[in-house]
Write a protein that binds this ligand. Structure first.
Ligand code: NAP
Ligand code: GLV
Length: 323
């Protein structure tokens, strides 16, 4: 009797074919609609492996329904959608997709930084709307990137990849991270700072930490008030790290200059959300890792993790329960 895998959203055909040649595969096959909770709860009852996206809450209820489950494979590096402790208590292995998306996400983060600094989306809309009367000196002016100071919160894989891009723009790079990294300071020519001074001294602030309850609204009213008036906040990590109401007020009142957001507290963000009414915010629908090659690699790694565990081998990229 082959083992059973449930996949919570359509994956590329080649990966489904590979999985299907070894396992019984069931899948929620609607592209843009997440699997309804009641369907997920029913589907997990008899499965051995689960491949899920960050849109699925794999919490204690799901985990306890899944009596045979051996592995939960998230097609994302962030795994705050999974109750890793509950899985560990049931001896279920959790895996994610680190590394394969690092450069692509750093590219997007830098693109968002540049778009926010130079008002690219706003300027494009301005042209298309027919408002462009004539070239004029201070029209659509933004902030310089070259030579500016970048503060990175969370010097992990993507944070470090971001430094390499920033160095190409001769930026001074500050970082705050859970663990200080003197070797990286030497190698990359960057400077460690506690969060408060980093917020005070940076022209651009990029958030690159994983989400957990401990960092909920890490960036709120007080932190925003410490930033420079010309500061631009970029968040491609997770929406819950930033207090969106406080951010809206800071942007509206000119306490900071702009923001670039790929992630939101609620996804999809409501189209009538106040943040979307502001001209000084660039917003994207969580596309950090969205290149064809990287999404294929993520799906492949997620599939390989499940196949390994169900074939009695070690997972390639397991998540540690205590992290
Ligand atoms: P990573 O390599 O684990 O890096 C995270 C870094 O943050 C680590 O250096 C970690 O410190 C540090 N950190 C953790 N908690 C912290 C805290 N409370 N305060 C300060 N620093 C803290 O992860 P990654 O691969 O770079 O990915 C980072 C996050 O980006 C993911 O978790 C995910 O949420 C997000 N992401 C988003 C997209 C997107 O599509 N927008 C794509 C990929 C990733 P240590 O060195 O001590 O562990
Ligand atoms: C995307 O947000 C990821 O965590 O991979």
């Amino acid at each position: 009797m082959p083992k059973t895998i449930y996949i919570t959203r359509k994956l590329p055909e080649v990966i489904i074919e590979k999985l299907s040649s070894h396992f019984q595969v069931r899948m929620w096959d609607q592209e843009d609609v997440p699997v309804p909770r009641e369907v997920l709860l029913k589907e997990v009852e008899d499965i051995d492996g689960l491949i899920c996206l960050l849109t699925e809450q794999i919490d204690e209820e799901v985990i306890y329904k899944a009596q045979n489950l051996k592995v939960i494979s998230n097609v994302a590096v962030g795994y705050n959608n999974i109750d890793v402790q509950a899985a560990a208590r049931k001896g279920i292995i959790v895996t994610n997709t680190p590394g394969v998306l690092t450069e692509t996400t750093a590219d997007l983060t830098f693109a968002l930084l540049m778009a926010a600094a130079r008002r690219i989306v706003y300027a494009s809309d301005y042209l298309r709307s027919g408002e462009w009367g004539a070239w004029s000196l201070m029209q659509l002016t933004g902030q310089d990137i070259y030579g500016a100071t970048l503060g990175i919160i969370g010097l992990g894989r993507i944070g470090e990849a971001l430094v390499k891009r920033a160095k190409g723009f001769d930026m001074r790079v500050l970082y705050y991270s859970r663990t200080r990294k003197p070797d990286k300071e030497q190698e990359l020519g960057i400077h460690y700072m506690e969060m408060e001074p980093l917020l005070q001294h940076s022209d651009f602030i990029c958030i690159m930490i994983p989400y957990s309850k401990e960092v909920h609204h890490l960036i709120g009213k007080k932190e925003l008030s410490l930033m420079k008036k010309n500061a631009i906040l970029i968040n491609t990590a997770r929406g819950g790290i930033v207090d969106e109401d406080a951010l809206y007020q800071a942007l509206k009142n000119g306490e900071i200059w702009g923001a670039g957001l790929d992630v939101f507290e609620q996804e999809p963000i409501r189209v009538d959300h106040p943040l979307l009414s502001l001209p000084n915010v660039v917003t994207l629908p969580h596309i950090g890792s969205a290149s064809v090659k990287t999404r294929m690699n993520m799906a492949q790694l997620a599939a390989d993790n499940v196949m390994n565990v169900l074939n009695g081998k070690q997972p390639i990229t397991p998540v540690r329960a205590e992290s």
